[in-house]
Design a protein around this ligand. Structure first.
Ligand code: URP
Ligand code: ZN
Ligand code: ZN
Length: 472
């Protein structure tokens, strides 16, 4: 089947120009003016923008944690992503078994029959030794080229510095990229114990027990190790000014390091956690200050930060009250689990569907970034960094026909009712947005048409990613 999208304004990471796009089957085959395609179905995109489908490099669907599970699964989360203009996501596999292949198989068993957009996996590394290292080529065979490590969550997810260094050396040997969750686990452990002993149980203590400089020192520490190991490093969910300083310091010294921030860290602060419903903002790392927001925006605008991800890990605010999702009542235990104790609040926020509409209004419409930067941060750079370019993240002949027809004039009053994320709240409730996806194509298939959902479980494909990806 051929499809010709005519008269739109195409936006890539580097250029803006008027062009038609010809799609054959799942692929873009031509871009230009007056394309000859007499038998093609036609869509008129006059006055609309044509963007590559978004690539969200950081999601957690159906993730068991804190005695509950993240409330979007690999279908509902994909559907929400698509409504927001995202057509590819990368989720994190838990290291639940000694065999990495078994871990990956378990994640495929949860995801494959539900996937409604294209997807890939990162591997969480919460134990590392020689035996695990020997299994990394099996991950490469599966198209999994990225490993996430943690310097926090003592006794659960964190690995020690010696293991981190050996992992970095091994990752470098196999052309894999290491992702870092940067906080200081030992200091957090002590401050949490101190806070509880002093009777501090309210939500803001989640942030007060996780000092900002912990991110800064952990980034610099692991960046130094990456340099010694000749490895590449990507800092996930950056939330602090000091973290940006350390990212820049390291990049100026030619360390192969990149950064991701998320919308929540650009807009919200610890003051939001002090609201009566402050648990909605509990995630790790936590919300900081207005100065941190501003420094992160500066990094997004001046290119120090390479990507916008979401760390989408939704939790109900009140999991005792069902919502209706696709006609079914659904209630999943949520933030109420920590009503008397901040350490029991499940960590995580919704965001996979919010990212592109919110960043368009707040970034492009408000003049903080250009439309081309928007595409670079949300689409092209994640595809390049994570070994999916040029199949994903761009509009080029030969690329998958993942295209968003974006209506730059559509005004919406945004919130939980629009977002399709399977939870009972939205961080951007009541925000007035300008610019919104009108039609979303996944490999040439129309999956979102205005407010109508045309995607289906199992319609998404797993994307095997390439190693030795770019350091931007
Ligand atoms: O609070 C969060 N971010 N939960 C997800 C796990 C992580 O560290 O990314
Ligand atoms: Zn993390
Ligand atoms: Zn995460």
């Amino acid at each position: 089947m051929s499809l010709l999208i005519q008269n739109g304004t195409l936006i890539t990471a580097s250029d803006t120009f008027q062009a038609d796009i010809l799609i054959e089957g799942e692929k873009i085959v031509a871009i230009g003016n007056n394309l000859h395609a007499p038998n093609a179905e036609r869509i008129d995109a006059t006055g609309k923008l044509l963007l590559p489908g978004g690539v969200d490099p950081h999601t957690h669907f159906d993730l068991p944690m804190f005695g509950t599970v993240s409330s979007d699964d690999h279908y509902t989360g994909h559907k929400a992503a698509a409504y927001g203009g995202t057509t590819t996501v990368i989720d994190f596999v838990n290291q639940d078994f000694d065999s990495l292949r078994q871990c990956v198989d378990a994640w495929h068993a949860k995801a494959d029959h539900k996937a409604a957009i294209d997807y890939s996996f990162h591997m969480n590394m919460v134990r590392f030794n020689e035996d695990v290292g020997k299994q990394l080529p099996e991950l490469l065979d599966e198209g999994i080229t990225t490993l996430k490590i943690f310097t926090a969550y003592n006794g659960v997810l964190r690995i020690d510095d010696g293991s981190i260094f050996t992992l970095l050396q091994t990752a470098a040997e196999f052309g894999m990229l290491t992702l870092l969750h940067a906080e200081n686990g030992d200091v957090i452990e002590k401050l949490v114990a101190d806070a509880l002993e002093a009777g501090h149980t309210s939500t803001e203590w989640h942030a007060l027990t996780r000092p900002s400089w912990g991110a800064g020192e952990a980034i610099l520490r692991v960046a130094g190790m990456a340099q010694a190991a000749e490895a590449s490093l990507y800092i996930v969910h950056m939330n602090t000014a000091i973290g940006v300083d350390m990212l820049e310091y390291s990049r100026e010294r030619d360390i192969r390091i990149m950064g991701e921030t998320c919308p929540q860290y650009l807009f919200f602060t610890i003051d939001d956690m002090r609201r009566p419903d402050g648990a909605k903002w509990v995630c790790s790392p936590p919300m900081r200050t207005k100065a941190d927001n501003a420094r992160l925006w500066q990094a997004v605008a001046d290119g120090a930060m390479q990507t916008i991800g979401t760390d989408h890990c939704p939790v109900f605010y009140d999991g005792t009250q069902p919502i209706i999702y696709e006609g079914q009542e659904i209630a999943i235990p949520g933030k109420e689990l920590g009503v008397d104790d901040f350490t029991k609040i499940p960590n995580g926020l919704p965001g996979v569907g919010d990212r592109m509409p919110v960043m368009w209004t707040e970034g492009v419409v408000k003049g903080r970034i250009t439309a081309n930067q928007f595409v670079a941060l949300n689409c092209t750079n994640p595809a390049k960094i994570f070994g999916m370019y040029p199949r994903k993240g761009t509009i080029l002949p030969g690329s998958d026909a993942d295209i968003v027809i974006w209506d730059p004039d559509r005004k919406v009053n945004y919130g939980v009712a629009m977002s399709h994320q399977r939870t009972d709240y939205n961080l951007f409730e009541g925000w007035d947005l300008v610019g919104y996806p009108e039609k979303v194509f996944l490999r040439g298939q129309l999956i979102v048409d205005g407010d109508e959902w045309l995607g289906k479980p199992g319609g998404g494909q797993f994307v095997k990613r390439m190693p030795d990806a770019q350091v931007l």
